[in-house]
Design a protein around this ligand. Structure first.
Ligand code: BES
Ligand code: MN
Ligand code: ZN
Length: 489
């Protein structure tokens, strides 16, 4: 059940819980709701992450801290929202009051709503005794322009899209097979008024998608490629292409992973899930740009006729790749998808992929590696990231490292040296983006999955990237700049 949000002037008396989001200054100067000695005793000083609750005749009062006034930003309000979602999710109706801060009221309301929805997210499909969240109504008061409903609706749409991505990622690989993933993506697309095209195995073969076919060769289940298109109601302001890696389970192929290494590999479609999630919100967000999504889908298994190390695959754009490690499969299916996306001649491409363990080593579990061929477009991704709160870090695509992927039998091989693996993966992808198209690549191997709950993130699939993609689409400007340039630091 999803939560509905309403902008109100004052907290409704009848809500089951009242929560005030407070700065540390507000606590110091004394709150009318609670005796300051009780707060002292509970060590509540309004710092970020702190909560305090008390009973009020059958209902609940709560304080959630956001720290010093000057430090309050969207991230902190999202985090406060998540605390509300987690602590008060067992109440049906909550009234929440925003703090008195200098931040734009719309930004506050949107972040709060994102936090409440995302923080109360649960994946209960396979729990026989799981307790669904009871919270279904939140009234939000306070902040500049307090009665403006728009920011609440935006936050709710964005969070809904991200939770759809989480649901897809959390679904086991044996259930969300490629055909099933495609069916669900197509159903979402039709439901949200998008144009849907699903490539089946025959079309994939006839279309020359040799990377996708090669990775799929060890599987008993067929591959798919899903295309979703959002067309704006008015005149279109450019075209943005989204590409997402959709490996529904990565066993590594014949270059098999360890048992430990494949334990979480159902999340190897986190990029594809983020793209589908973002597309699900397009009609509601209504950007002025056309947005086109391309998600190649397969598992990476080890059947008797699986692609062997040494095999050569021919990608959609005609280039050939010698496969020396079948576990470097994401780049093979993305090569086809980026070629296809390029054929649509978009004004910019962004791809999301759980591509390399090397990127997780470099940046840890919370930050995505950002690479690309156009500095203006890289900046646009950084700006979207700053708004969405999903962190990115720009990594180089060093031209001289291209030597590492030279092959003696094909146009390139699919692996470089063990060090700097995120960059060689990026360099391979770059070969499949047509000349002159601004392109950005996000290696989301770290942030697409979480081992624990943390602020708005919940354990398991995180839906990382959905908010960033929506932000990119929302005020899309076709980038200029020189896309042939190697964006070397
Ligand atoms: N899906 C993995 C990358 C990955 C690893 C994602 C850990 C999330 C967590 C990818 O297909 C892969 O196996 N990459 C290899 C590439 C190597 C063989 C060049 C890797 O990172 O080890
Ligand atoms: Mn792999
Ligand atoms: Zn993979």
């Amino acid at each position: 059940m999803s939560i509905s949000y309403r902008a109100v002037r004052v907290l409704p008396q009848r809500a089951r819980a009242h929560v005030w989001i407070v700065t540390s200054e507000a606590v110091t100067s004394g709150l009318e709701q609670v005796d300051s000695r009780d707060l002292d005793n509970a060590d509540f000083s309004g710092q970020v992450g702190q909560t305090y609750t008390w009973p009020v005749n059958g209902r609940v009062g709560a304080l959630v801290g956001v720290g010093p006034r000057a430090e309050v930003d969207a991230d902190r309000l999202r985090r406060a929202g998540a605390a509300i979602g987690r602590r008060l999710g067992n109440h049906t109706w909550v009234g929440a009051a925003l703090p008195d801060v200098d931040l734009d009221g719309a930004i506050c309301r949107r972040a709060l709503v994102e936090g409440i929805s995302l923080g109360s997210y649960k994946f209960l499909t396979y729990k026989s005794e799981g307790e669904p969240v009871k919270l279904n109504r939140v009234d939000v008061a306070g902040g500049v322009g307090a009665t403006n409903q728009g920011a609440l609706d935006l936050g709710r749409a964005v969070a809904g899209a991200q939770m759809l991505a989480r649901d897809l990622v959390n679904e086991p690989g044996g259930i969300l097979t490629a055909p099933e993933f495609a069916d669900r993506a197509a159903a979402v697309g039709r439901d949200r008024g998008l144009t849907v095209k699903v490539w089946d195995e025959t079309e994939i073969a006839e279309g020359g998608l040799g990377g996708l076919l090669g990775v799929n060769r060890g599987s008993t289940l067929p591959p798919r490629l899903v295309e979703l298109t959002y067309d704006p109601p008015g005149p279109k302001h450019g075209t943005l292409a989204l590409v997402g890696k959709g490996i529904v389970f990565d066993a590594g192929g014949l270059s098999i992973k360890t048992g430990q290494g494949m334990m979480t590999m159902k999340y190897d479609m986190g990029g594809g899930a983020a793209v589908i999630g973002a597309m699900s919100a397009m009609a509601e967000i209504a950007p002025a740009a056309q947005v086109r999504a391309f998600v190649p889908m397969t598992d990476n298994m080890l059947g008797g006729d699986a692609t062997r190390p040494g095999d050569v695959l021919k990608i959609r754009n005609g280039k050939t790749i010698e496969v020396l490690n079948t576990d470097a499969e994401g780049r093979l299916i993305l090569a086809d998808a980026l070629s296809l996306a390029s054929e649509a001649e978009p004004d910019a491409i962004v791809d999301l992929a759980t591509l390399t363990g090397a990127c997780v080593v470099a940046l840890g579990p919370k930050i995505a590696g950002l690479m690309g061929n156009n500095d203006e477009w890289i900046d646009a991704v950084k700006n979207a990231s700053a708004v969405s709160g999903e962190r990115v870090w720009h990594l180089p695509l060093p031209g001289d490292y291209t030597k590492q992927i030279e092959s003696s039998v094909a146009d390139m091989k699919n692996i470089g040296k063990p060090q700097g693996g995120a960059l060689t993966a990026g360099l391979i992808l770059k070969e499949f983006v047509a000349e002159g198209i601004p392109w950005a690549h996000l290696d989301i191997a770290g942030p697409s999955w979480s081992d624990s709950d943390d602020a708005e993130i919940t354990k398991g699939g995180t839906g990382y990237g959905v908010r960033l993609l929506i932000e990119l689409a929302r005020d899309f400007e076709p980038p200029g700049g020189n896309s042939a340039a190697e964006s070397e630091e």
